[in-house]
Design a protein. Structure first.
Length: 156
């Protein structure tokens, strides 16, 4: 279900935009899920920037881009989009606490990330409904982050 949802979000974006290549998808909130989920585009490889093909990278890795990489992406007309795994309340599940806010949550941390200055705020693809992200899983009551974590572990 999660994989299908992610595929739908990214594929719909690729197919409905004015061009179908040279997107860089920045996966926000995926660091603890990258072994469970894949994105229907190639993983980011700096040596392929001039090929102008769609690629994906985690938000954490994009935070560490050197200025040269950012300039190369923009000079080659890449269009950056954040794919936002908006499942938790006010944060993202991460493996490390090296961010402005980090609250322990089971085997990870619920964090907030600093912004990526080179990505416009409006260029965000939300994986789940922004008003009620759990509705599609049949959840009608409000869940705290611990309950959301437990639900996430049951989803495929």
């Amino acid at each position: 279900m999660l994989q299908e949802r992610l595929n739908r979000v990214v594929n719909n974006h690729q197919m409905t935009c004015e061009h179908t290549n040279h997107y860089i998808y920045i996966l926000k909130g995926f660091s603890k899920l990258k072994d469970r989920l894949s994105v229907p585009v190639d993983a980011f490889d700096a040596s392929h920037i001039t090929q102008k093909k769609n690629m994906a990278i985690t938000y954490e890795d994009a935070l560490n881009f050197k200025t040269e990489i950012i300039h190369s992406l923009l000079d080659n007309a890449y269009d950056p989009w954040v794919v936002d795994f908006n499942f938790f309340l006010d944060g993202y599940l991460a493996a490390t606490d090296a961010y402005p806010t980090a609250i322990p949550l089971n085997d990870g941390f619920l964090v907030t990330y600093p912004p990526l200055d080179w990505v416009p705020d409006r260029k965000t693809l939300f994986v789940f409904n922004q008003v009620d992200p759990l509705r599609e899983f049949g959840v009608t009551e409000a869940l705290d982050n611990q309950e959301r974590y437990e639900l996430l572990q049951t989803l495929e």
